[in-house]
Design a protein around this ligand. Sequence first.
Ligand code: NAP
Length: 530
Amino acid sequence: MADLKMDVVVVGGGFSGMYMLHKLRTSGYSVIVFEAGDGIGGTWYWNRYPGARCDIQSMEYSYQFSDELAQDWEWTERYATQPEILRYIEHVAERFDLMKDVQLNTRVGRTEFDEGTNRWQVTTDQGDAVDAKYLVMATGCLSSTNYPQIDGLESFSGACYHTGKWPHEGVDFSGKRVAVVGTGSSGIQSIPIIAAECDELTVFQRTPNFSIPAHNQPLDPGFVAKIKGRYRAFRDENRLTAFHADFDYNEENALDVDPAHRTNEYERRWAKGGISFMAAFADLMFDKNANATAKEFLHDKIDEIVRDPDLAAKLKPDGVVGCKRLCVDTDYFATFNRDNVSLVDINETPIRKITANGVEIDEGVCDVDIIVFATGFDAMTGALTRVDIRGRGGERFSESWAEGPKSFLGLGVQGFPNMFIITGPGSPSVLTNMLPSIEHHVDWIGDCISYLEERGVARIEAKADAQEDWVAHVNEVGDTSVYPQCNSWYLGSNVPGKSRVFLPYLGFPPYAEKCAEVANNDYEGFELSA
Ligand code: NAP
């Protein structure tokens, strides 16, 4: 027997969960948010590693639902740090009195759909039992950490940390010998700072990554005033772009312009800094030869920065630029010019095991006091499939997605009625500026719930054919791009044993048009039952 009867249970208190709560509560529904952490913020709560900051510009990495909030909040830097983003979400929670409906330190456990009542029976590890009509999964795309299985890890006598679960009290690296495993965004952001603090740093690299300088700086008040003078229009304009962000898109194709013009464009973007480098030419993600021109440019930059040519060669990615998420850094490549930093390419000298004293490779043991795993996440599906969700007929959610995620629009899943997913696989999410994509999903779900409630609909569920067509379409569009040409978390190939499927949907803003069309056609593609 449930202790509590609610309209909606939201799982996760990050940016999605908090806005979902606000949206639904404003529409008059009863909502409870369960959050596993002892604070809100989701990814920005857990990822407290040195150097953690957003690589979307802060003037665009914020909610848009309240003009007053947008005007009042003052970001201090071009790219906001993790502590500043956490302060922002805490401010939002306080401003809109959200915490009264958030239960922290609570992990959702077995959650079953009751076909008799068309309601979800949600339980938690704190003994809660909630009967709710709707279940909204706001569990985040990058929240289930990927901890490598390396022999001997348990025998290590020093301290081990994962960038995605960083201790709140911080880590003192001074006087320490440190190993960092992993050179994705988290590794690339933290390595320069750890190097400056510690005695010796050894970086264990499996695949080098492309990275663009951030050129982070304090925000110029004149620039902020200009944006805030037309904030709503500025954000609306970005909504119509491929990355949902102000990336200064160039419509030219790299292969249609002469080499000098091309290099100028790359130089201009390198000097400006940030991931808008990918908007230099329209064909970069769709034509391997076009992409190769960007690769050559970025290889030259590594040669210019890294003094030792052998080291520079090891740091040059062989793959397609942007195929793995492009990184943004502050002094990453220059860090390898430091005397206290060395690089181990684990393709040449694999990690054999971890010993009590450090990391063993063919050439011997690299003695360290601290190992930092910057090894990423079981992205997009991990946080969803680890919740024990059982849908119609007791179907386990984790089993229904065992061979890859299946959904209609990334929002609803056949067999799991009255359940919605925010920025899940099958939606553009991680290929765009996450915050506006979160808001887009929350608004769509909130409006859908209001539609259903106004019409007395008991149950909504994705139809089998709509779901099948959508999954096929997501794969088809993914295959037109260069994304499938490497191993990345976009494909799940960073996690041993995970099915290789292109997870996000490449197609913003057409995706938003499709979502609007579905809603305008009375949620066509979903089965609605009275
Ligand atoms: P990631 O991009 O998946 O990088 C993980 C790194 O660890 C890769 O270099 C990977 O090598 C390596 N690795 C994984 N398993 C390994 C193993 N068993 N042995 C050795 N190396 C291993 O993870 P991340 O850096 O945490 O970033 C994930 C995503 O979070 C980013 O792509 C980005 O979307 C987001 N993020 C954003 C920011 C930002 O806004 N600035 C900052 C951090 C993260 P392989 O490449 O060979 O798999």
